[in-house]
Design a protein around this ligand. Structure first.
Ligand code: HEM
Length: 142
């Protein structure tokens, strides 16, 4: 349990850094009308891989922590702290990884550099907003 908490806490840095880098890189590529290259592909892929791994660890952590066995759903929904931990954080993080997966797989089938940068900018930036909004900052850095 402690090891999962440790991994989930530290992998979060890599997730935030790589997804932010990939979002900014795609936006710069779009604005400067750059040719989409191997570096652009790699930064998007790293963001995707770290986030997928993080979500997987998060799900295992969540299942083992299992607040639902002790607290009724009504109580969880009434408390903003419990709701954040058990409902909002997992759901928004899942939506974030779905957005990244859609952007990444769609960009692979696109032909022009501009369309690749555009889909990655939209999906990765939305995912980044969801991730930043749902990080429990007071627990993470507190
Ligand atoms: C992009 C994906 C995710 C990121 C960046 C992320 C990030 C974080 C961070 C930074 C913390 C605080 C860790 C600490 O104690 O220092 C945390 C806690 C937690 N996360 Fe995630 N998480 C993600 C996905 C998920 C998912 C999908 C689940 C469950 C299905 C989940 C379940 C949890 C749980 C149960 C906690 C403990 C909260 C607490 O101790 O109050 N996470 N997460």
């Amino acid at each position: 349990m402690e090891i999962l908490k440790f991994l989930h806490s530290y992998l979060a840095y890599l997730v935030v850094i790589t997804v932010a880098l990939a979002s900014i890189n795609s936006l710069i590529g779009l604005i400067t009308k750059k040719e989409f290259g191997a570096k652009d592909f790699r930064v998007a892929l790293f963001g995707l891989i770290f986030t997928h791994t993080q979500v997987l660890i998060g799900i295992i952590f969540f299942v083992l922590a299992n607040d639902f066995s002790e607290t009724p759903m009504g109580e969880i929904m009434k408390s903003s702290a419990l709701r954040l931990k058990n409902v909002e954080h997992p759901m928004l993080m899942l939506i974030a990884v779905i957005l990244l997966t859609i952007g990444y797989s769609k960009h692979k089938n696109m032909r022009t550099s501009a369309s690749k940068f555009k889909i990655l900018t939209i999906t990765y930036t939305l995912a980044l907003v969801a991730i930043l909004a749902m990080i429990p900052w007071h627990i993470w850095l507190g």
